[in-house]
Design a protein around this ligand. Sequence first.
Ligand code: C2E
Ligand code: MG
Ligand code: MG
Length: 733
Amino acid sequence: MRDLLTSFLNSIRLKRQHVVLLLLVSFAVVVIVAVAVVLTALKTVAVTTNALDESRSRQAVSGALTTLQSQMASTMVDYTVWDAAAQAVYSPEAEDWVLQNFDLANAASDIFDTAYLLGPDGKVLMAFKRGVPFSTSPSQFLSPAFDGMMKAVRSAGIGQGAGASGFVRTSDGIAIVGVSTIRGASPDVSVPQDRLQQLVFVRRLDQAKIDAIAETYLIQDLRLIDASSVVPGTALISDPAGHVIAGLTWTAQSPGDVSYRQVRPYVFAAMAIVGVFIFLLVLVGSFVIGKLRGDEIAARKMALTDRLSGLSNRMGLFSGLQDMIGLARDGRNDVLLFYLDMDGFKEVNDVYGHATGDRLIISVAAGLAHLVPQGAILARLGGDEFAIAMPVNGGTRTAPSLETLVLDFFSEPFLIGELVVVVGVSVGTAVSAHGSVDAEELLRRADIAMYKAKAEGRGRAVAYDMQMDSALAERKAMEVALRAGIQNKEFFVVYQPVVDARTQAIAGLEALLRWNSPQMGMVSPDVFIPLAESSGLIDKLGLFVMEEALRTVRTWPHIGISINISPAQFRNPFFIPNVARLLEESGVRPASVTLEVTEGYFIHNPAHARGMIEALNALGVRIALDDFGAGFSSIGYLRQFGFDRLKLDRSMTSALEEIPRGREMLQATLALAAALDIPVTAEGIETEEQATFLRLCGCDQLQGYFFSRPIEEAALSALLAENADSRIVSLSA
Ligand code: C2E
Ligand code: MG
Ligand code: MG
């Protein structure tokens, strides 16, 4: 599940632009939806407001109509329930009174436009329309609803219901009609019950009247409509009989719509601002994320890059190699790994300094970068180690060619500024066939192969094979045995005499370590010393030899003692104090002790070596350069470090017979030593001729089987006693 999520996130990571686009689109959709929701809400408010306004208008109009009707009713009461009127209209002088007091002939009356005075049986006693006598009878002028009103009023006499008002259709249009029986206001005014008269006022509902209502109640465009065109929502006008005779309609003001229209642009503007803001936010966010991701990528890249060369580092190689192996597994091809270790880089560093070493690394990196094919990974694993990983089709088609290219590249000297520097390379190769070997194992295999190339003499490429692992396992087992051997005291020291070249008397002894292993028998120092050096056991062994040798030689103060010291011992900070302590404990004269050191250490660590030699000189011991002529053999070292003695390697002695110009070589070397005033011991003397020749050449001491093999301590006293001043060759047989 987590893998799924990670891979999903990774796939998103790859398409950042798409994510930004998606975000923008979704925000746009959100903004649009938000706009729609807000507008819908506003629209709902508007519709509700409109409905409320509509209902208020309708109530106002209905109220206005009711008011009209009740106004007419009270007007009728004012005119007809009047003592003076009751007394006058039923008297013979009624006509004049009526005309004068009811003002029926007033053309400009606001109360009525048509007026009738009706007598018994509805007889028209007087009729005026807009101030002019009117000859149309009420039944002709007014709709039958009026008859109903009349009937009710008349049947009420002067009691309850003697007056009525209502809307009636007239031949002029809709009108408000009031009818009331003329009677006294006080009970003592009596009226003739059989001749009761009614006053009728008709006021047409003309547009002026309607406009007045509209103005009072703030209703727009109020107008009368036919009964046939009445729709729900209009204010209805019904006659007293209950029939709808007309309606009033108006133009809705829709205040909600007005507000809605006014607010809408602001909503759009607000949403536009939000939209722009979010858009900017996404843009800035994506920029920031992009920048962060850029930083992250840069940091990752830096963590996987070697600072000096700019190539991938070990981590970079490892992750690249893993990917490559994964692909090889899918694609069924192989991955080839080269492990390169430069030969002689340390010397360059020591002799010319680290700045030159760094520049050499940079030019090697640049040169290798030209050699590796496309798709390969070139990495610097640290120090002078490089690696090349590449996919190969069908095994090793490109491999030999790259191997040759690399070896050729290193066979040329490098030009570092003014310096010409010569280094070589040892290459180990390993193949992960179809990705079957993982990155870690592949690296290990190529590394082992590289060590094998070094061991086989450097400057070559060696391919890994399974046996290397068993060799390694053997080495490991040997190391375990060595450790146990020290614990079980399987080590002992033998002594090889060194004789005076002239007198052949024993001048000194060289202490040589021996290991008698119960499982392996006698193991050669050439085998176990390097192992002790690489495993760190040499410190213990070295001290053991020194302690033994000093204890042994205590008995013969005139005999010198030579002790071999490994470079590894020199690196131990306690070495000098330990030597001082052992010397003191043994009581042996420091001047009779010679420490034998090989030149390798002086080549690799000149500064440190010089310090060590000074410290040892201060203790009073001598230093001899062992195995001279076997390796680099620079006369420069002899001068620089001020050795007390030179030990000519056995190979130089045997060269006398084996190499054509061996004698000349030997003579030249010894002449050089003589010029530097350094005494020389010749090692490996096996014949009398060799002894004689080397003595004649100037060696003051000789050592070899010709005189004596290394012998155990127990045999020493006899040898030394017997050979105080004669040749000891007889003993070595
Ligand atoms: P080395 O210091 O050059 O010691 C001389 C080696 O030459 C010894 O080998 C010795 O037995 C051998 N040798 C002497 N004369 C003759 C001869 O006439 N013919 C032949 N063929 N060989 C002769 P060994 O004892 O096997 O030691 C080998 C090397 O192991 C030594 O070379 C020395 O480098 C190292 N070594 C031995 N003991 C010690 C030790 O206690 N400490 C350290 N650090 N190295 C030791
Ligand atoms: Mg030696
Ligand atoms: Mg030697």
